[in-house]
Design a protein around this ligand. Structure first.
Ligand code: 8YV
Length: 320
């Protein structure tokens, strides 16, 4: 029997690519070229399945133009905001994601963003590297200690829960808001807030871990930033779309926010030049899940979902 054909839109790890080549007739975008919409559609025309990353958009229009033979989009990401799930369902295309396997790596990056922002990691790093470190005083490069402060998790899903666990390790008090309150054994003493507003009011560090939906775009806007305690820190390792970046720049300039640690931006790749021009930010290029271990696990999870689908079973991580 011939192997199903599979488009892999980005270079995955060697181990994952080897496994994919064993079981699928793979079309690989080997040079990691960023597909335009037209190129993506073009490459999808001759395959039974696609294994894309979060950066390839499958909106209703793209989905409508996929060939009938393409039956599954097995994402290499936990986030699925780049796929119109409703339209995929209507079109009879199965969609899967890669939950769990990236929670540790992403929570680590949330801690890096928190500490980098609180302790002025980017400024200090730049100063030393540029040879501008020419004095020292007790008042020099003073930041915020996080120990004993309140770590506020917006979206207590898998990543949010691991981030809370790591923040607990720094002696922080955990607060959270989630659509549904967690069972007490998963809360582990975290304090539940039944509204975003109530959470913001206590957030010394606000860490975003909620999905991007039409309702959560610009969730953190000027009005909500104003609810934070003065001198709060914003951490975003989820999606740039959650934050009104213009309002963020104002809050960082006015000192309402002490700093922000961001791994994600509205415009990716690239980021936001107005944010990048500020000193009180610690910025990373969307590398929350970028560890060797996690990349292998994500690729394998996506292939597990494809294997199940082509064996006539329900993929474990089906989201549409
Ligand atoms: C990935 C992510 O780096 O999983 C997600 O939703 O944003 C990141 O973990 C990226 O999606 C890789 O495809």
């Amino acid at each position: 029997m011939s192997k199903p054909s599979l488009l892999i839109t980005r270079r995955l790890t060697d181990a994952v690519l080897k496994r994919a080549a064993r079981d699928y007739d793979v079309q690989l975008n080997a040079d990691d070229h960023v597909f335009s919409r037209e190129e993506l559609l073009d490459h999808c025309q001759s395959v039974d399945a696609v294994l894309p990353c979060h950066s390839e958009r499958f909106d209703a229009d793209v989905l409508a133009q996929l060939p009938d033979r393409l039956k599954i989009i097995a994402n290499h990401s936990v986030g699925t905001d780049h796929v119109d799930l409703k339209a995929a369902k209507q079109r009879g295309i199965v969609v899967t994601n890669t939950p769990d396997v990236l929670s540790d790596a992403t929570a680590e990056i949330a801690m890096l963003c928190m500490l980098g922002a609180a302790r002025r990691g980017a400024e200090g790093n730049r100063m030393v590297r540029e040879g501008k470190w020419n004095f020292w005083s007790p008042a020099f490069m003073v930041g915020r200690q996080v120990t004993g402060k309140r770590f506020a998790v917006l979206g207590m899903g898998r990543v949010g829960q691991v981030a809370a666990e790591r923040a607990r390790g720094f002696g922080m008090e955990i607060h959270y808001h989630n659509r549904r309150r967690l069972p007490v054994e998963l809360e582990k003493g975290a304090i539940f807030h039944d509204s975003v507003e109530s959470l913001l009011a206590v957030a010394d560090v606000l860490s975003l871990h909620c999905p991007t939906t039409p309702d959560s775009i610009d969730l953190i806007n000027a009005e909500r930033l104003a609810l934070l305690p003065d001198g709060a820190i914003l951490v975003n390792t989820a999606r740039g779309a959650l934050v009104d970046e213009r309002a963020l720049v104002e809050a960082l300039k006015s000192g309402k926010l002490f700093a922000a640690g961001l791994d994600v931006f509205k415009d990716e790749p690239g980021g936001n030049p107005e944010i990048a021009a500020l000193d009180n930010v610690f910025l990373l290029p969307h590398i929350g899940s970028a560890t060797f271990e996690t990349r292998d696990a994500m690729g394998n999870r996506a292939l597990d979902n494809l294997d199940a689908f082509f064996a006539g079973r329900e993929p474990a991580d089906r989201v549409a």
